[in-house]
Ligand binder design. Structure first.
Ligand SMILES: [Zn+2]
Length: 315
């Protein structure tokens, strides 16, 4: 199934394929939660399928092998379990395998993700393969931060860019797939920062009102600043990546409402918020989201941030 906001990308791919004009290497670029990996998976399946249908048939021997995770002509290159880097040995091994004869399908397909996690040595090894393509092999690179890849790699790939999709289209899809009321769906999409698949996962999760929970926690601290420790324990259960994104979004919303001279429906009407403090809190939340992937103690980052938030009640 191709997500409705990706049909133009899919059509581009199938037209090129049918006209035998598909590049040897494709680079799918776009933010996380926009469907890059699903699009890549559909392309891999279509390229390997032995039936000539618009999408992979799901019935042939190739499709069955792929569904079982054991297709000999498909190569999945991603950081190994103990690493965040795609290592040069993985790329060399891939190139050696691509040189062998196909076993089942007409071509071999390599799926490399996230491509920005290649180090310089891996990227250089791959570059040789991009300069001198191997037979009918197709490389599909998936990347959320293309600027981290050498220009030489990017310039040798056919680029397929996924932009943030039209909100109306996504809301309609979320309503249909989740069968939830419009208000829940809009809230989830706002909490997900416009990312369709992240919004869908919020709607599936039982704690899908987590964004509301974050707003409530912030409101509590303005009236009871001493509750930092208790509020922090409750919020920590939400997971750092989502939590910092939501805290940043809540504060951004407040900056807009203070600058527009309006209140919000989730804070006490007499809250005295200042734009400078809010902007500093928002920057800190964005920084803490990046730090949350490092070994720094997340509970201390959160408590420190909440104390700074609560201090606004004394201003
Ligand atoms: Zn098939």
């Amino acid at each position: 199934m191709i997500y409705p906001w990706l049909t133009a990308h899919w059509d581009f791919f199938t037209q090129r394929l049918e006209q035998s004009r598909l590049a040897h290497a494709l680079m799918i670029e776009g933010p996380d939660g926009g469907g890059k990996n699903a699009l890549a998976a559909a392309m891999v399946a279509r390229l390997l399928c032995t039936e000539n249908e618009p999408e992979a048939c799901g019935r042939c021997f190739s499709c069955k092998l792929l569904a079982g995770g054991a297709h000999p002509d498909r190569f999945d290159i991603q950081p190994e379990e103990d690493s965040t880097v795609i290592k040069v040995d993985q790329v060399r091994e891939l190139i050696a395998s691509l040189n062998l004869t196909c076993s089942v399908s007409q071509r071999k397909v390599a799926y490399i993700h996230p491509a920005q996690n290649m180090n310089m040595a891996s990227a250089n090894a791959l570059l040789k393969c991009l300069e001198e393509p191997v037979g009918d092999a197709v490389l599909i690179l998936v990347c959320s931060e293309p600027s981290r890849l050498p220009v030489t790699i990017r310039s040798r790939c056919q680029s397929i860019v996924i932009h943030e999709p039209d909100a109306g289209l996504v809301l309609q899809w979320l309503k249909e797939t989740s069968a939830r009321p419009e208000a829940d769906v809009s809230m989830a999409l706002a909490a997900a920062g416009g990312s369709p698949l992240r919004a869908a996962s919020y709607l599936q999760a039982p704690e899908s009102n987590a964004y509301g929970q974050v707003q409530e926690a912030l409101a509590t601290l303005l009236t009871r600043p001493a509750a930092v420790s208790q509020v922090s324990t409750g919020l920590a259960k939400l997971g750092p990546d989502d939590l910092w994104r939501w805290l940043s979004m809540c504060v951004t919303e407040l900056v807009k409402s203070v600058m527009g001279g309006k209140g919000t429906n989730w804070l006490p009407a007499d809250s005295r918020l200042q734009v400078t403090s809010l902007l500093a809190l928002q920057q800190q939340a964005d920084l803490n989201r990046r730090l949350s992937a490092s070994p720094i103690r997340g509970d201390l980052l959160l408590q420190d941030w909440l104390i700074r938030w609560a201090e606004q009640s004394f201003q």
